[in-house]
Design a protein around this ligand. Sequence first.
Ligand code: AMP
Length: 619
Amino acid sequence: SQTLFFFSLYKIATSSDFSESLKICFLYLSPPPSFIARSNNIRMLEKKVETFNMNRVIEDFEEMSRNADQVQIQTLKDILLKNQSAIYLKNFGINKNTTDPEAFKALVPLVTDFELEPYIQRMVDGDTSPILTGRPVPAISLSSGTSQGRPKFIPFTDELMENTLQLFRTAFAFRNREFPIDDNGRALQFIFSSKQYTSTGGVPVGTATTNVYRNPNFKSGMKSIQSPCCSPDEVIFSPDVHQALYCHLLSGILFRDQVQYVFASFAHGLVHAFRTFEQVWEEIVTDIKEGVLTSRITVPSVRIAMSKLLRPNPELADMIRAKCLSLSNWYGLIPALFPNAKYVYGIMTGSMEPYVKKLRHYAGELPLVSHDYGSSEGWIAANVTPRLSPEEATFAVVPNLGYFEFLPVSETEETEEEPVGLTEVKIGQEYEVVITNYAGLYRYKLGDVVKIIGFYNKTPQLKFICRRNLILSINIDKNTERDLQLSVESAARRLSQEKIEVIDFSSHVDVTTEPGHYVIFWEISGETEGDVLQDCCNCLDKGFIDAGYMSSRKCETIGALELRVVERGTFRKVQEHFLGLGSSAGQFKMPRCVKPSNAKVLKILCENVVSRFFSTAFD
Ligand code: AMP
């Protein structure tokens, strides 16, 4: 059928590996005798992809989104075919004849990472039998998982690599149509590849981003759609992330006229980078003036690579100094440093929203473009409307990246409803995303809540809402990460009247007191009167508008909320702790709630408390 043909073309066009293209060709294109003639066309197609044809990538997405329902059926078939020998699937009675979604859903249960953990652990331990996937996986991803207080293992496969490239191409096509960048330009990218290590079972383990960056197909696959980084590879692969960040900033300034956009995976990373710039800019200016790298850079490979870029340039140094001194409270820092940048790019939605305000301050008039939606488990949706602000951003599900189901999230959460298919979702409804992918996850509840905002052709456009897990709950109260965020935002408005900002925050449920109470940790940018912070504390308490919380507060089954202000730099210590555990700097997300099991982080926060306030809001 036309859809099948389109689907095969799409897979071929987006496959980074020619032998893979041939395999797909055998699977989908018929009859086989015409194959040889077609393979020449495929070669041509491949060539076109290498040079990147924006309009064609957009047309392909248009076509695929028009046929989203058919593409989903075909994708599931393809996943089951590839993994038909997997023990996990066989255990549930899946065989080569199970190809339709209804049969699949009847046999395979919904699961979370908890149920899959023993299977994945066997893979990590080096068992190469077909456990979750038909073939042994080439690597394991380490999901940041900071919300659970521990890293999570996720299978990484070549298909996930292909999906990544496909999604990047799609998003780039739409982004570049709106904000065309200069072909000869560069990108200032705050990217950090952490180390892969080999498990005792001999499997490479790293963060998903590291597995992607270190994949041999990544560089060639990205060539046609990515401006080269300002920084040398040695900086990206530096074992010391602080030194890498300094060098990213320095490299960006050395190539300042060529910088087309500024990127970090998460808004947090962008804000962190420019806050660091505020502290080190004079050192950077000195390096540029004298043409000698500061002694703080000690990693030999990084020193050698950076020294090659530097030569004395007093003119540039003076210009940067003058620019920095002319800014008012660093407003518009990014366009001042990079006059030809077209936009600032990174994940700015969900738990990154608290950083958008500060980022906008640094970005001045430059558009903030929200990066796509995905996870270590796999990519889900692309930003095909890049002009929307981070507050409005939506993502269109790419229907061939996996088989997607959506589990309705009900207000009461009393009854678990049945998940619906990709094209059956309803506008305005919130769902938890359920993924079946090429990398051994079957009907896997991702834990993310999304809201359907509309449709792009037949595929849903969604907004990321929050992680499903409740983070603050003592009895009948239910507060999610989003609720915490809203409460912090409202209290931060009180603080901003004093020209002070909340640099970072986290929370904790303290049940060592009777009754238990919420504790909010704040790191703030300056000193202020105790009564201002007392107001903020009351505001935080009133900010949780969940009925269960308010009634519990009124009848004192939940105690007064406590605001603990921590010393400057405390959240940096928390981040360093996670980096030490193997999280990558680019992937890091501040845990918004610290569970008692995460004793180390709780200790860091508690040891650095400088003042405490208890809410009087319900007195
Ligand atoms: P990780 O597995 O460590 O890569 O983290 C993936 C998680 O980050 C997802 O499950 C989401 O909760 C969150 N995330 C990823 N992309 C976005 C996005 N565009 N907006 C908001 N949150 C996101």
